[in-house]
Design a protein around this ligand. Sequence first.
Ligand SMILES: *Cc1c(COP(=O)(O)O)cnc(C)c1O
Length: 395
Amino acid sequence: MTIYADNAATTKMSPAAIKTMTYAMEEVYGNPSSLHTVGQKANEALQNARATCARLLNCDPKEIYFTSGGSEADNQAIRSAALMGAKKGKKHIISTAFEHHAVLHTLKKLDQEGFEVQLLDVGPLGTITAQQVADAIREDTCLVTIMYANNEIGSILPIAQIGAVCKEKGVLFHTDAVQAAGHLHIDVQAEHIDMLSLSAHKFHGPKGVGLLYARRGVILTSLIEGGAQERGKRAGTENVPGIMSMATAFEEACAHIDENTKKVSALRDKLIAGLSKIPHSALNGDPVNRLPGNVSFCFEGIEGESLLLLLDEKGICASSGSACTSGSLDPSHVLLAIGRAHEVAHGSLRLSLCEWNTEEEIDRILEAVPEVVARLRDMSPVWQELLSGRRQFIL
Ligand SMILES: *Cc1c(COP(=O)(O)O)cnc(C)c1O
């Protein structure tokens, strides 16, 4: 039996989300912009999904813009804030060094276009303080964009405090909440969030659909020109089945947050305790303020990629960090941002759990990982150098 422990990369759809999606594909096939009955049925379903998502985030349905996923929402939020800022001569943007590439690569482009991007240091635990944000905000700051929780190392950031600082200073605040939505309680009013991105496939919904929440008053820039869908801010016939299914999955996930957190964090903690016994290993990220399903380790003297392949042979699906960077030889920018040395960052393993993982699966992982790490170390020339003292241990 395959053990799926890569839920931060994507999740399996829930039966309820699949049911909504197939129902929509069969019965709600109209174009929401069509004036006839079939079209209007689709439009109604679309507005219901919008109302559901708005209620779950505590905002107005008019503040929800459906997108193709988290990456698009991040791009649109940041581009929009930058354009609003530029019109007022404000071109300073604050973010962190360990954001998702959808944020970092958008910021890099803006930097090339003449914006000044300041990336805050996330320290060894992979978090930042609201004070760091307060200290960084300037007269010409147009945007603070900071993720709600990190996808690789699981640390949860003090979003409500950062939101309060931004509100006090009158600076727009965007958060990439893709890893948090459906897993942590989110309230955009209470947390003073102006813009938020989320993605359905990270909470048992379908791939290719997400949303951007943008507070009234934020002027969005279209990334896609065409029809007047999504209040003229995102052209293209709406992905009605995907959007309806996302609303089902989001509602289901939010209804079970407390129960899932209890269950999943117990599995996580058992896994962390067991893997910590492997010599010359280290947990990545904040041990306390941590996503319920995230386990991230570095093991000295091995390559994460080989570890993944051997675990896969044993039926365990894991990741070495972000799915997006897999296939590249550079170590994870997140692990480098928390100060891991290159050679240690290469030996990383992320196991991300969901409520469908079982205690038996955790036991099987705890049997497999130490065995595979030991086997790889036996074959590793670096490990021999470490043992002989020709190279110094870092962990
Ligand atoms: C998965 C992820 C994204 C990208 O979302 P897509 O819907 O796959 O485009 C963005 N940010 C974070 C933190 C993620 O985990």
